[in-house]
Design a protein around this ligand. Structure first.
Ligand SMILES: [Zn+2]
Length: 975
């Protein structure tokens, strides 16, 4: 056993404040947890087991009844592909996630109604398991699924995705839900079901050759097994059964373990969410076996993902697959960042943090929990669906993929929002870790303190931890009725999300026995429980504390303890830490923990100030693609455009790299709190966590038209080089400057280079240097310039090459695309001799084709995204080159309708294709309906008279095709 250094608190010991931004999503999911009928979750299981479905419909989408002709086949009953009638083969996974959600919510809220629902769902699954077992068709007792065992036996024959789905994925969700039901609320039947499933899994896999298992797990999707290794390892610890740890190792993927431990990058083109849960399991396998390679693999693969493969909100992957290492801007597609992947990255982050105490895992955790996860829940109420995202895409003009009843992300999305408190605080021996600045209350039972954290996160600038005596406060968890506490057993490992709530009202709950040690005792005081030493320090005359049968000091006047408070990585300069109003001499560095050791007493107040600024963070592979943050909040530009939006960013940077807007950090936070958005150059930016359903831009293009400092323009064009970079790009490439001297030194050096390239005139150079000297570096208010302040003009005597500019003579559509062929004009110039333009030779090249001489404006008629390059050559043979990108889509999409005869009615499906900008929507109307957006196939009854259905598609560029007509003959015409 290699226990983690730190562990989470029980879910019921931490409460998120009702005014926190996180309460919105939590409360909506709690509503769904209470409102949604268990019978609907059980319907697919009952149908498969031949039980009465009680008239309940399945949740729908992926989670639906199979084909009407599908049999509940046993292991050897597979009739062959040509006869198998299969559909919805992942069904059952959603119930597993729902069970986890109910258990998490019951433990966190202490709500007996939620607990009763855990019991009801578990009991229903128990009836299904027994009904399946009674048929005698399954390979081992314990099989539990909403489909036949044949999916598992077909996987052993390497059946591809399509013929089967991912049978062990579903198995994992069910086992994880059952284990949660046991560990979090003490449902013993759930443990019995999980135990039997574990034995069944062992029975299936133990008889296979290791090579066969390796090949199974490498199958795309079909071999996806979620976190089977994690759950089996957990199960082995809970029931003390080594066989389950052996079964967990059946799921080890050797090539992944080797790569993670050796640092070899193997992730490109791998399915992100297929492999992420395995890494979590590796941490569990490390804890139980002590084999270091498991932890090394998990940590090593983490480093291959974060930061080199994550987007601004913490998501990863394009179309569910990882791209090349260190490529973010270059891997922006239309389906980035599956929400399941972030769910699993967060689980992995907290596990790795517990073993390393490395603050960078919590920096990632904070960013992703706030922006991707909270932002994945739409701000609406629903009785039927989780209203969470599948993809949370990152391309220009993206929309969140909300809804997701029954999908994988709908499943993980059920859990995401009812456990926001699970990582806010961690504990170690004599230590408290405040990891996330979310407004919350903690029952820190070890010293008997109630810790109240207040920050207004993510809209505040300070974090306050107030310490009060725990016994004087009302215990929230005391409301949990009858919560037995299996995880309170001494030696049980901390479960995902923490162990069961400490419940003072119920039998079986952990309680503290306080035994006064007489002051007259001599040396050698011992404390034992049931004949075993407790390991609790028992010093005469002093209170003792420890785990298990702890002696706890209710007054808080106990031993010294260390509070580790994470200083947010976004804190902008001037971080201070004070205790009870006085500064403490503790180093507080952004992105690291500030630690203070003392005897913490009721009334203590620890305050960290963390000033907020507006920042533009470039992607790792393209300095011009930037994401804007206000403190921890990622800001999304609201815009109907579907091509990149450009903003002048470098021209408004302060020496520390933050953006000068004429408003202070507190003013920007107040604007965000008041308006729901922050305005920049006329564009509204909304928080990534808003839950809105707008079209947005996660990245904007950093492009300053003129050279500016602190937002003050100079009138000098910020001309582009051949590679697209500019004076301001190169000036700010370091990100920030330590002082004025460093700034002015670089201004002079870069200006000299740009002038030598022919992109800065003699007078322009002087203007730029003077303006730089007048920049105060912080506010943008001009400072007086003394003669000695202006950096000397660098000596430069050589000939200056000519330059060229690309101008587009037409306006793009609001989408940013050109929907009529745009005309390109080139303009050559010699920066020092403006009258010599006629002597310059100009050439044009489109999308890597041949260079052609330029004489007059050229229309770009070809569809697509084009790179336009221009080259200029002077009489002395010196050349200059420049390029820019334009997006052209002048043709509308092409739509069509397919009609399926259903007897007295027809089912109509509309399709559309657009190979350039992509299909935005299809709209339609028929008799009695309005011009609405097509969502899914619809049915029309055949009437006496013919019916006309009109429909048309629109692309993302904004082109709409003429309406098409579909005529449905009436009954008379059909006869
Ligand atoms: Zn998913």
């Amino acid at each position: 056993m290699t226990a983690p250094l730190l562990r989470p608190f029980p879910l019921g010991a931490v409460r998120i404040d009702g005014a926190s931004v996180f309460a919105r999503a939590r409360d909506e999911l709690l509503h769904l947890a209470r409102a949604y009928p268990v019978d609907r979750l059980l319907a697919v299981f009952r149908r498969n087991a031949g039980l009465d479905t009680r008239g309940a419909l399945p949740p729908g989408n992926w989670e639906d009844f199979g084909h009407p002709d599908e049999d509940a086949w046993g292991e050897h009953d597979y009739p062959g592909r040509e006869h198998a009638r299969t559909a919805n083969l992942l069904r059952g996974h959603y119930a597993g996630h729902f069970l986890s959600m109910l258990a998490l919510a019951a433990a966190g809220e202490g709500d007996p109604a939620l607990r009763a629902k855990v019991d009801e769902l578990t009991a229903g699954l128990g009836e299904v398991r027994d009904a399946l077992a009674a048929t005698g068709r399954y390979s081992h007792y314990g099989f539990l699924a909403a489909y036949g065992e044949w999916q598992f036996s077909r996987l052993e024959d390497f059946a591809p995705y399509g013929e089967i789905w991912a049978p062990y994925y579903t198995c994992h969700k069910l086992m994880a839900g059952l284990l949660d039901a046991y560990e979090l609320v003490g449902n013993a039947q759930a443990l019995d079901l999980a135990n039997a499933m574990g034995r069944w899994v062992h029975g299936r896999l133990a008889r296979l050759e290791p090579e066969r298992r390796q090949r199974m797990w490498s199958l795309y999707i079909a071999g996806e097994f979620g976190g089977m290794n994690e759950t089996l390892a957990r199960l082995s610890a809970v029931v003390g059964e080594p066989r389950f740890l052996e079964t967990a190792a059946f799921f080890d993927q050797d090539h992944l373990l080797d790569a993670g431990a050796s640092g070899a990058d193997v992730l490109t083109d791998m399915h992100a969410n297929q492999h992420l849960p395995q890494l979590i399991g590796y941490v569990d396998e490390y804890e139980l076996t002590g084999e270091r390679r498991y932890l090394d693999a998990a940590a090593g693969l983490w480093d291959q993902i974060v930061p080199g493969r994550v987007y601004a909100h913490g998501g990863t992957g394009e179309s569910e697959l990882w791209g090349p290492p260190g490529v973010v801007a270059g891997d922006v597609g239309h389906r980035n960042a599956e929400t399941c992947a972030s769910y699993n990255l967060l689980k992995l982050a907290r596990r790795l943090f517990a073993h390393t105490r490395d603050a960078r895992y919590m920096t990632y955790y904070e960013r992703t929990l706030l922006n991707h996860i909270l932002g994945s829940r739409r701000a609406v109420r629903s009785d039927t669906g989780p209203e969470v995202t599948y993809m949370f895409p990152v391309h220009p003009g993206a929309r969140r993929e909300y809804d997701n009843v029954g999908t994988c992300c709908g499943g993980t999305g059920l859990e995401n929002h009812v456990k926001y408190q699970d990582t806010v605080f961690y504990q170690g021996p004599g230590a408290l870790y405040a990891n996330l600045p979310i407004d919350a209350e903690l029952d820190w039972t070890e010293p008997g303190l109630r810790v109240t954290q207040r920050s207004g996160f993510p809209l505040g600038e300070s974090i306050t931890l107030r310490f009060d005596a725990l016994h004087s406060a009302t215990s929230h968890t005391a409301s949990a009725e009858g919560a037995t506490s299996p995880a309170g057993e001494v030696g049980a490992p901390a479960a995902e999300g923490g162990s069961a709530p400490t419940d003072c009202s119920a039998p079986g709950a952990a309680r503290t026995v306080l035994l006064r040690k007489p002051a007259w005792t001599a040396k050698g005081v011992t404390l034992s429980l049931n004949g075993e030493p407790t390991g609790v320090e028992a010093v005469a005359g002093a209170p003792a504390a420890g785990a298990g049968a702890a002696l706890t000091d209710p007054s808080g006047l106990g031993a010294e303890r260390t509070v580790h408070l994470r200083v947010p990585a976004w804190a902008a300069g001037g971080v201070t830490l004070s205790l009870n109003g006085k500064p403490v001499g503790v180093e507080a560095v952004a992105g690291e923990y500030a630690s203070l050791t003392r005897v913490w007493e009721p009334g203590d107040e620890l305050v960290l100030t963390a000033p907020v600024s507006l920042r533009a963070e470039p992607t790792i592979d393209d300095p011009r693609q930037c994401a804007l943050y206000l403190g921890a909040t990622l800001l999304l530009a609201r815009s109907e455009a579907t091509t990149a939006l450009a903003f002048g960013l470098n021209g408004r940077r302060a020496f520390d790299g933050s953006l000068i807007t004429g408003r202070t950090g507190p003013q920007l936070l107040a604007e965000l709190a008041r308006e729901g958005t922050v305005e920049l150059d006329g564009t509204a930016f909304e928080p990534c966590w808003s839950g809105e359903h707008t079209r947005y831009h996660m990245y904007v293009l950093s492009a300053d038209a003129e050279i500016a400092f602190g937002g003050n323009g100079t009138g000098v064009p910020n001309r582009q080089r051949a590679d697209g970079s500019t004076f301001l790009d190169e000036l700010w490439a370091p990100g920030s400057f330590p002082d004025r001297a460093a700034f002015l030194h670089r201004v002079a050096a870069v200006a000299a280079r740009v002038r030598a390239e022919g992109l800065l005139g003699r007078d322009e150079l002087a203007t730029v240097l003077t303006a730089a000297a007048a920049f105060d570096g912080a506010t943008g208010d001009p400072r007086p310039v003394a003669p000695g302040d202006v950096p000397p003009v660098p000596a430069f005597d050589g000939p200056v090459p000519p330059a060229v500019a690309i101008e587009i003579l037409d306006q793009p559509a609001p989408s940013g695309w050109y929907t009529t062929a745009p005309r390109i004009r080139l303009r050559g110039f010699d920066i020092d001799r403006p009258d010599t333009a006629a002597d310059l030779a100009l050439e044009l090249r489109v999308s890597g084709g041949d260079w052609t001489p330029y004489t007059r404006p050229v229309a770009i008629t070809e569809e697509g995204v084009h790179r336009i390059e221009a080259r200029v050559t002077g009489p002395d043979g010196l050349t200059g080159t420049v390029s820019r990108e334009i997006s052209v889509d002048t043709a509308p999409p092409v739509s069509r309708a397919t009609v399926k005869e259903l007897g007295a009615s027809v089912e109509i499906t509309l399709h559309a294709d657009d190979g350039v900008s992509g299909v935005e929507r299809i709209q339609w109307e028929g008799p009695g309906t309005f011009w609405g957006t097509f969502q899914e196939a619809f049915v029309r009854a055949i009437g006496d008279e013919p019916q006309v259905i009109e429909y048309a598609a629109t692309d993302r560029a904004g082109n709409e095709e003429p309406r098409r007509r579909l005529v449905l003959p009436g009954k008379r015409d059909r006869a």
